[in-house]
Design a protein around this ligand. Sequence first.
Ligand code: SAM
Length: 287
Amino acid sequence: MQQFQSSLNVPKTPELLRDFEQFKQLLKRRTGLDLDQYKFEQTYRRIYTMMERGGFRQFTDYFHYLAADETRLRQFIDRLAINVSELFRNPEQFEILRTQVLPELLRRNLALKCWSAGSSYGAEAYSIAILLHELAPHRSHQILGTDIDADVLSRARRGVFAESDMRYVPAEFKSKYFRAITENGRTVYEADAVLRRYLRFEHHNLLSDPYPSGFDLIACRNVVIYFSDEAKDRVFRAFYDALKPGGYLFLGNTERIFNYAQIGFENPSAFFYRKPLQEVQQWRNAS
Ligand SMILES: C[S@@+](CC[C@H](N)C(=O)[O-])C[C@H]1O[C@@H](n2cnc3c(N)ncnc32)[C@H](O)[C@@H]1O
């Protein structure tokens, strides 16, 4: 409890704050990762805790320790990114996707182009692949999964999931689309090749890379929660542009776009934002 409280109330002296500014600049110069686009409080607290655990009292000393070893630096960034995921995470949202959103999209398109942005190790992308294969099998659906973390992307390409990723996978899908295998003495679940042929995983930074486009569905769940409000707004507008008219943006359980109408979205149900079929551009062009 003591440790929990101390990690919530991390010290913020003017010296530490100056030191942290320098840490951010050094990290940006070395890796390109711009921490100014992430929420300050969370980022500061997380890095302070990591620094303290490593036995350092100054952010810049901690940076030099990290920068001395490429693997260490990569692991730091990976830990900062927080890759928690699971298949069919928030199953009630996937139920809306299965019963309303995907059928609507499939009425207009033979095959769908989807993007799991901030895909982590691929649980969300594989869940979408299962639903598409159930609703419209053997079509040329494309599901792109992207993340800034190279390690999770290689895990995603393997398509092997832990028992803890499987708790929301309906029993019928578990036996149909996964093969239980033993790895390092643990039972893990390997996704069927039928799913893998819809999927592609690539590196992409939502805060600095150009966006691909022409999507029917973009799932970006539990990713922008770490972004500053300005960065979030830029990302939502870029998603709008990346969608086809009638396409959907699918957000996480605690995420909302308050100015969705201003961006041009409709909000037909919680967590789902639709680019109108008849795109109303006048408002945006006028502003
Ligand atoms: C909590 S996971 C979400 C995984 C999945 N979308 C879900 O909801 O289960 C957040 C992911 O966002 C990724 N991420 C963080 N910042 C990012 C950025 N700027 N561009 C792309 N991905 C990012 C992290 O690496 C991490 O894998």
